[in-house]
Design a protein around this ligand. Sequence first.
Ligand code: ZN
Length: 293
Amino acid sequence: MSRVFARLSLAVAGLALLAGCGAGTPAAAHWAQPGTPSAAGPGSGSPGPSSPAPGTPSSSAPPAAAGALDLRAVSGKTIVIDPGHNGGNGAHPEIINQPVPMGTGTKACDTTGTETNSGYQEAAFTFDVATRLAALLKAAGAKVVMTRSDNTGVGPCVDKRAAIGNDAHANVAISIHGDGAPASGHGFHVMEPAKVGAPSDAIIVPSHQLALKIRDSYRARTGIPTSSYIGTNGINPRSDMAGLNLSVVPKVLVECGNMRNAGDAAFMTGTTGRQKIAEGLAGGLAAFLASVG
Ligand code: ZN
């Protein structure tokens, strides 16, 4: 479904034609150097016995090497996956610009999302990752509910996305996004609800635990470092996200990388990268569910 685009060579600073879903201030540094993005990352897809090669410390490896993906804890659980934005949003501003409740006021129904400099849209990225994640979780026995079933429609609005998780009485919910920050910034971050007098006040603590599990698994399985431009160690509490504020089930929003950064974009554009991203998210969800029983 997702179009295949020619590889970007080096980044040309692009204009942000579409609104990103997160904002940040720029920083520097590239992580896309030897050993990243398309080369085999930690684990390199070979589950095999966990036998760290003695005497070969991987100096630049992220903390905690990823072993075999253990998804046993998701069996029998209800998991809501929310792929951010939608492929038809851009053509329907009259719908996505309508104000909807956000727990502390109102907010636009949805936004178009961002895209890479080569035109790979965030909505396509999130839907592809969500589909891969759903397949992993279903295979492990989870009941999966998606907030949208294709990438050609409009919405649903962000308040509805939260309601879908609540109505499903989900054990856990996750929104998947890609950021559209200045090109010099790179890495991923996990948004968690901040305490703001919204329905999410009830799930602040488990959502933080979820954020930590997702961060650790994602970093280990993708090799993508935490964001260089926003948050603290990859964690970013937010008070202005309707999809988080309105959730009464543990929920986080993952900005999987900066689609305007050449290194992040190369990883996110490739199917190998997106599969690792899905595995990273799945591992974090399973770790969280294992920790809460
Ligand atoms: Zn987004």
